[in-house]
Write a protein that binds this ligand. Structure first.
Ligand code: NAD
Ligand code: DAU
Length: 351
C-alpha cells in the first residue's frame, strides 16, 4: 500500500479519491485534522477496505513510526502542510513547525523504514514530497517561466518553510540515497478547496452576496491547474519518476487575479442568472510582500513522463463553480469553527 499525509485537505483528498478510483492498491491517510481538513470529504470511501485513516501529527515521531510499522508502505506521498500564505503572515511558527519540522520527522521515520526493507523493496521504495512553485519567488512580466534550475528565492514565511522542506527532501537523496522526488506545482483549484483561497472564496462570497476582496490592483498573475491534473502528475512521478529528481507541474494557464474573478462571475451568471456578481468586487489593501507573477515551464515532466494537463482553465473553472453550487452542505460545514475568526482577522483590518 501507499501512505499519504494530509489526505483530508484539498489536494490530498482529491488524490485519495482518484487513487481509489483508478488503482486496486490500498492507501492509508495520515492527517492531524487541522482547520483545513474535512474528514467528511472522504466519507464516500470510509467503508472501502482499501482505505485506512490514522489521525496523527507529522511532527510526532513515535506516532508516525507506529503507523509506518503497522502498514509497511511501499511509497509515501507527502501533502501535509500549512498551506495558506496569508495565515503564514499572521502566524509563521505553525508553518515552520509543520512544514519544516514535520517534513524532517517524516523523512527520518521514512528513512528508518527504508533502511529496514529488503534490498529489492528498498530500491523500489519512493518518497514524493509535494511542494510549490512559490519557492522560486516572483517573476517579472517578461521573465521566462520557472523551471527545474530556477533559483530558490522564497518571499513569504509559507514559501520559505516549503523551501526548507524541499532542501531537506533533496538532502535525504544526496546524503542517504533514499529515493526521494520533489514536485513543485503552481496554483491548484477545483472541488473541495477550503474557501480561504482565492477561487473558492470568491465563489462562496459571490453566492452569499458578500464582497469579493481583490488585494492591491488585482494584476498579480498565477498559473492555474485543475486539481485532478495535479493528482495525475503526482501518480506519473510516483510510477516512473527518477529518484533524486524534481519535477515542475503547471497548468499553462496564466491569469491575472482580476480576470479570474471576472471569469467566476461570468460562470455564476450562467449557472445562476439574475445577478451582476461583478458589482460585488471590492479592492482591499494588498498582501505584504505579494509575489507578482508565477508561471511554470513543465517541459521536463512532459518530455520524461508524458504528462500534460488535460483540463483547460475555462472547463476546469466551470466544473469548480458547479461543484460549489451543488455542495452547499460541504461549504457550510467547513465555514463553521475557526472560519469566521480567520475572515475577521485577515479582512477586518484591510482598508
Ligand atoms: P490544505 O491546507 O488544504 O491541506 C493540508 C492538510 O494537511 C490538511 O488536511 C491538514 O489537516 C493536514 N495537516 C496540516 N498540518 C499537519 C500536521 N502537522 N500533521 C498532519 N497533517 C497535517 O493543503 P493543500 O492545498 O491540499 O496542499 C497540499 C500540499 O500541496 C501542501 O504541501 C502544499 O504546500 C502543496 N501545494 C499546494 C498548492 C495549492 O494550490 N493548494 C499548489 C502547489 C503545492
Ligand atoms: O503557487 C502555489 C501556491 O498557490 C500554493 O503553494 C499555496 O498553498 C496556495 O495557497 C497558493 O498560494 P497563493 O497565495 O497564490 O493563493 P491564494 O489563493 O491565497 O491567492 C491567489 C492570488 O489571489 C494571490 O495573488 C492573492 C490573491 N487574493 C487572494 C485572496 C485569498 C486576493 O486578491 N484576494 C483574496 O481574498
Amino acid at each position: 500500500m501507499i501512505l499519504v499525509t494530509g489526505g483530508c485537505g484539498f489536494i490530498g483528498s482529491n488524490f485519495v479519491l482518484d487513487w481509489l478510483a483508478q488503482s486496486s492498491e490500498s492507501v492509508v491517510n495520515v492527517d492531524a485534522l487541522t482547520y483545513a481538513a474535512n474528514p467528511a470529504t472522504l466519507a464516500s470511501v470510509a467503508a472501502d477496505s482499501r482505505y485506512a485513516f490514522e489521525r496523527a501529527d507529522i511532527t510526532d515521531r513515535a506516532a508516525i513510526d507506529a503507523i509506518i510499522a503497522k502498514y509497511q508502505p511501499r511509497a509515501i506521498v507527502h501533502f501535509a502542510a500549512e498551506s495558506h500564505v496569508d495565515r503564514s503572515i499572521h502566524g509563521p511558527m505553525d508553518f515552520v513547525r509543520t512544514n519544516m519540522l514535520g517534513t524532517a520527522t517524516l523523512l527520518e521515520s521514512a528513512r528508518a523504514h527504508w533502511k529496514s526493507m529488503s534490498p529489492e523493496a528498498a530500491t523500489s521504495f519512493r518518497f514524493v514530497h509535494v511542494s510549490t512553485d512559490e519557492v522560486f519567488g516572483s517573476l517579472g512580466p517578461t521573465d521566462p517561466k520557472f523551471h527545474e534550475l530556477s533559483q530558490y528565492q522564497p518571499n513569504s514565511p509559507y514559501s520559505a518553510s516549503k523551501a526548507g522542506s524541499d532542501h531537506l527532501a533533496r538532502a535525504y537523496f544526496h546524503t542517504y540515497g533514499m529515493p526521494v522526488m520533489v514536485t513543485n506545482c503552481s496554483n491548484n483549484y477545483g472541488p473541495r478547496q477550503f474557501p480561504e483561497k482565492l477561487i473558492p472564496l470568491m465563489i462562496v462570497n459571490a453566492i452569499a452576496g458578500k464582497a469579493l476582496p481583490i488585494y492591491g490592483d488585482g494584476q498579480q498573475i498565477r498559473d492555474w491547474l485543475y486539481v485532478s491534473d495535479h493528482c495525475s502528475a503526482i501518480r506519473r512521478v510516483l510510477e516512473s519518476g527518477r529518484a533524486g529528481e524534481m519535477y515542475l507541474i503547471g497548468g499553462d494557464a496564466e491569469r491575472a487575479n482580476l480576470d479570474v474573478v471576472h471569469t467566476i462571475c461570468a460562470a455564476l451568471a450562467k449557472f445562476r442568472p439574475g445577478a451582476d456578481y461583478t458589482k460585488q468586487i471590492t479592492y482591499v489593501t494588498d498582501r505584504p510582500g505579494h509575489d507578482r507573477r508565477y508561471a511554470i515551464d513543465f517541459s521536463k515532466i512532459e518530455r520524461e513522463l508524458g504528462w500534460r494537463p488535460s483540463e483547460s482553465f475555462t472547463t476546469g473553472l466551470e466544473k469548480t463553480v458547479r461543484w460549489y453550487l451543488d455542495n452547499d452542505a460541504w461549504v457550510k460545514d467547513v465555514q463553521s469553527g475557526d472560519y469566521k475568526t480567520w475572515m475577521e482577522r485577515n479582512y477586518g483590518a484591510r482598508a
